[in-house]
Design a protein around this ligand. Structure first.
Ligand code: SF4
Ligand code: SF4
Length: 177
């Protein structure tokens, strides 16, 4: 089992329902977020193309955030999900510096926090809060190791990209384009 998410840039309308659902589900403090919306305009006028992306930790295969963590607080759990154990985090910020995606933040309680693909839900067979609420079905969570999973089928049928491939992190969030 390797969890992965697809994010359909052709469907996302930037409503931020995913961001709000995540904040509620994961008790993210006011003013912080584990996922966020990016609007990117490409091309030159009048041939402009707007891409809207819902971004979060990529649950990378190759994890500089885990390697740089001096205490082992950042670690990988079942399904390839990258997590932080708050009690073991000393708040040094090494992982924040190491992540090419700016996917982590300092929690006001003194530890580093980030998206966990709602592991508390997915390990019970549910999907993530963001996937559950997205009104346009832009987000899909599934098993990369299962060729019949919806994410595997989308990745076979659609063009996609990952963010900052040059960083060599092998992200598990794929943007359908
Ligand atoms: Fe895009 Fe869906 Fe998030 Fe709305 S809930 S911003 S449509 S991904
Ligand atoms: Fe680590 Fe950043 Fe990759 Fe998440 S996106 S696994 S925090 S390097």
């Amino acid at each position: 089992m390797r969890y992965a998410m697809t994010m359909d840039t052709k469907k996302c309308v930037g409503c931020s329902d995913c961001v709000v659902a995540c904040q509620t589900e994961n008790n993210v403090p006011l003013g912080y977020c584990r996922d966020w919306i990016v609007e990117h305009t490409a091309g030159t006028y009048p041939h402009l193309d707007l891409e809207i992306r819902s971004e979060r930790c990529n649950q990378c295969d190759n994890t500089p955030c885990v390697r740089t963590c001096p205490t082992g607080a950042s670690h990988v759990i079942e399904g390839g999900i990258v997590k932080v154990t708050p009690e073991e985090c000393i708040g040094c910020g090494a992982c924040i510096q190491a992540c090419p995606y700016d996917a982590r933040y300092f929690h006001p309680d003194g530890y580093v926090d980030k998206c966990t693909f709602c592991d508390h839900r997915v390990h019970k067979g549910q999907t993530t809060a963001c996937v559950a609420v997205c009104p346009t079905k832009s987000l899909t969570l599934g098993d990369l190791d299962d060729p019949n999973s919806e994410v595997s089928i989308l990745l076979r049928d659609r063009k996609w990209k990952v963010l900052a491939p040059e960083a060599g992190t092998k992200p598990h969030v794929f943007f359908l384009i």
